[in-house]
Design a protein around this ligand. Structure first.
Ligand code: NAD
Length: 346
């Protein structure tokens, strides 16, 4: 049966990939996107069908997730809400964290209130949390029961939102699912994030900036695999997934140095690629490998795109779309003042 979806943050990296995935797989679904178009959102990210008269079932709403009027109205007209909208860049949260708490926590509260108010008409509320809520791993693999030790203002804001949704499930019995993806990569990711930053640095013949000694490691999931996982969580019976937390991870990790090396190899720049080491980012998570056993056992999800294949596809997109990402080059580095009077660019 056709569904009506509300996607918040649909003009960002993951939200736009998810929108495209849903349009292709479920052409009968109605889609409303709500996005405030911050520096991270772009009309360029959205499929042309979103704005075509031939597709009256698709609508774009320029608005803020903190605004209950627009959020209540859009949620009331939806069957499924997928909530991506957030401030997302760790380094920027160190530079100025106010927006992070306002959007990530209060924005989520506004969406969760609207879901609660809409009652039984909402089938599913997928809240996109993040593995950053766990902090550095205290055991080899991070499963959903790992302690929550957020280590940056971004991570703590997302942790607040994650627990807020949990409390609404416990108090109001809203049909929510909390999803904790590990690091996501793929086409259309903002240049401030490490993989696009490295790719575009090599393409522009500039050094790749590595924080600290580059040994901090993360579990990277290709964005298409994230979309498949969300699809399964959206369509699974509520008894199976509502009230639950699910990781999305590959169980493997790659260090910042591994990424720099792989990007140089793929771009045949091993001899020429330059690396510039800058001071370690405060609150850095040193090791972060996810366990996705729960979603694999319950819904049969497994990553299908290998790290190297995902990287190739991502590189190809940046090679083919320079006019799209060129406008973001100036946003790649964020000024940080650790020592009074000294500005470091991260
Ligand atoms: N990218 C990752 O590696 C990753 C990993 C785990 C979880 N996540 C989560 O996935 C979600 C999407 O991440 P992303 O990488 O696509 O982020 P992004 O920064 O690329 O996009 C965020 C989108 O949210 C919009 N937005 C920001 N503030 C808003 C507001 N107040 N109202 C409405 N829209 C607003 C922006 O305009 C943008 O389009 C986030 O919740 C993030 O925490 C991302």
């Amino acid at each position: 049966m056709a569904k009506r979806l509300l996607i918040t943050g649909g003009a960002g990296f993951v939200g736009s990939n998810f929108t495209q995935y849903i349009m292709q797989k479920y052409p009968g679904y109605e889609i409303a996107i709500l996005d405030a178009m911050t520096y991270a959102g772009s009309i360029d990210n959205l499929p042309a069908e979103m704005f075509s008269n031939e597709h009256p079932g698709y609508s774009f709403w320029h608005g803020d997730v903190r605004n209950p009027e627009i959020v209540n109205a859009l949620v009331a007209g939806s069957d499924i809400v997928v909530h991506f909208a957030a401030e997302t860049h760790v380094t920027r949260s160190i530079f100025d964290n106010r927006h992070f708490f306002e959007t990530d926590v209060l924005g989520t509260q506004t969406v969760a209130n609207a879901v609660q108010r809409a009652g039984k008409s909402i089938e599913r509320f997928i809240h996109i949390s993040t593995s950053e809520v766990y902090g550095t791993a205290v055991r080899n693999e991070i499963d959903e029961d790992h302690p929550l030790n957020p280590m940056s203002p971004y991570a703590s804001a997302k942790c607040g939102a994650d627990r807020l949704v949990y409390s609404y499930m416990a108090t109001y019995d809203i049909p929510a699912v909390i999803v904790r993806p590990f690091n996501i990569f793929g086409p259309r990711q903002h240049l401030e994030k490490v993989i696009p930053r490295f790719i575009t640095s090599v393409l522009r013949d500039e050094p790749m900036t590595v924080h600290g000694n580059g040994t901090a490691a993360r579990d990277f999931v290709f964005v298409e695999d994230i979309c498949r996982a969300l699809d399964l969580l959206m369509h699974a019976p509520c008894e199976q997934v509502c009230g639950e937390v699910f990781n999305i991870a590959t169980g493997k990790h790659w260090s910042i140095n591994d990424i720099a090396e792989a990007v140089s190899e793929e771009l045949h720049a091993v001899d020429e690629a330059k690396v510039e080491n800058v001071i370690e980012r405060p609150g850095q998570v040193t090791r972060h490998t996810g366990c996705a056993r729960k979603i694999t056992e319950q819904l049969g999800w497994k990553p299908s795109v290998s790290w190297r294949e995902g990287l190739r596809r991502t590189i190809r997109w940046y090679q083919d779309n320079e006019p799209v990402w060129d406008k973001q080059v100036w946003l790649r580095k964020v000024p940080l003042n650790y020592t009074p009077g000294v500005t470091e660019y991260h």
